[in-house]
Design a protein around this ligand. Structure first.
Ligand SMILES: C[S@@+](CC[C@H](N)C(=O)[O-])C[C@H]1O[C@@H](n2cnc3c(N)ncnc32)[C@H](O)[C@@H]1O
Length: 384
């Protein structure tokens, strides 16, 4: 694929990006560290699962307990991931959503706690994840599958005649199988075309975008979504490449352009993360999903979201601060802040145990945030 010097703007479907600083500034080191951990810990865990393309579900028990609104799950006698209703399960009725099916780790445990008349709607953008979900649905009539972004939550549920649900869970980001399969283009350790789309059935690949984007927009993306402080220098080097056929070549160019590497971390970590987040509109989708959780959740319904980097976790935290504590940044300087509706109560954050992080390196940067929907009626005017 040859390099096009076209100067068109970035994909208009994506949220606008802030300008990278001139010269580059250093974002908060704590938040930056959390963001940087994401791709490296996925690549670490992917290495260990290389042959079988499996995904170890993170914060599994905690997330399923949270979405069901219980403190903990009863001890399982059989497989923790069985799809049929477990004799020892809680036998809970209701309608639940797994917004990010992946390989179904969270879904299967949730199903083991649900009654025969319950419904579980699962979403994923990834066609391979959807094939696995369809196989599960063919064996378990409680499961319904949506091949689309969780940002389409309201419309996709409405198409099934569902207006409200009892619980929503999401395990954000990419799965180990997506990284393991070099041909998907997410890995800087396995070669493949520079694609990085979660949904390979639509949209633009990173390679196609790189051919069109100008240096400045690329630098801004690297800075905003990867917190890459050397974004300008790296963007210039990427734009000088003749083609974008190989993730390993791209990673090498970034490595050469990067002036200071951190020990134990590939210098392309943040740039790959940035391009992936941008091309999949990951942050925009999370914002849309969170906003829709307010009208979609029934009173006492549960929201449980796992994130793997600070850009996502900050959004979820601020969303829950606004809607549980009434803390709106725009109210800060007002002498009489308006009385804001409290749509959520009991917001809580849970991290992985030491045992989990030692067994699954991918869990290192995970945070689960959960909250309970109050009975405050949704007011359309109070946009999230
Ligand atoms: C971390 S994995 C989920 C793993 C899953 N919980 C399991 O136990 O196997 C994230 C999944 O979410 C999907 N995904 C990411 N963003 C999405 C979005 N906006 N809409 C739907 N699916 C999305 C990815 O394709 C990936 O399969």
């Amino acid at each position: 694929m040859s390099l096009s010097k076209s100067k068109s703007n970035a994909n208009a479907n994506h949220s606008s990006v802030a300008a990278a600083p001139k010269p580059a500034i250093s974002p908060s080191s704590i938040e930056n560290d959390a963001a940087q951990n994401l791709q490296s810990s996925i690549e670490d865990s992917a290495t260990s699962n290389e042959l079988d393309f499996v995904h170890d579900a993170v914060l599994l028990q905690e997330t399923v307990a949270a979405v069901l609104g219980v403190k903990s799950l009863p001890k399982q006698t059989g497989s923790a991931t069985q799809s049929n209703n477990d004799q020892n399960g809680l036998n809970i009725s209701g309608i639940y959503v797994d917004a990010t099916f992946g390989r179904g780790g969270h879904s299967r445990l949730l199903l083991s706690q649900l009654a025969d008349d319950a419904t579980l709607i699962v979403f994923d953008k990834d066609p391979t994840a959807i094939s696995v979900a369809q196989e599960l649905a063919s064996k378990d009539s409680r499961v319904r599958v949506v091949h689309d972004s969780f940002a389409t939550l309201t419309d996709s549920l409405a198409a099934m005649g569902i207006t409200q649900v009892d619980g929503l869970m999401a395990d954000l980001g990419i799965s180990s199988p997506q990284i393991d399969d070099g041909s998907r283009g997410f890995s800087f350790m396995r070669d493949g075309a520079v694609d990085m789309r979660m949904d390979t059935s639509r949209g633009k690949s990173v390679a196609e975008w790189l051919e069109q984007v100008d240096d400045e927009t690329l630098a801004n993306v690297l800075y905003e979504f990867g917190e890459e402080r050397h974004s300008r220098r790296i963007a210039r080097a990427i734009k000088q490449m003749e083609s974008y056929d190989s993730t390993l070549e791209l990673a090498e160019v970034i490595k050469e352009a990067h002036p200071n590497w951190q020990r134990g971390k590939h210098p392309a970590t943040q740039s790959f993360q940035a391009m992936r987040i941008f091309i999949n509109n990951e942050l925009g989708d999370v914002d849309d999903f969170l906003a829709q959780s307010i009208p979609i959740l029934k009173s006492d319904g549960q929201l449980a979201v796992i994130s793997f980097h600070s850009l996502e976790d900050r959004r979820i935290k601020q969303f829950l601060q606004r809607h549980s504590k009434g803390q709106y940044p725009e109210d800060e300087n007002l002498p009489m802040p308006p009385n804001r509706p409290r749509y959520f109560s009991k917001p809580k954050r849970v991290g992985p145990s030491k045992a989990e992080t030692s067994q699954n390196p991918r869990a290192r940067s995970a945070w689960l945030r959960m909250a309970t929907r109050t009975d405050t009626e949704y007011q359309q005017t109070a946009a999230p």
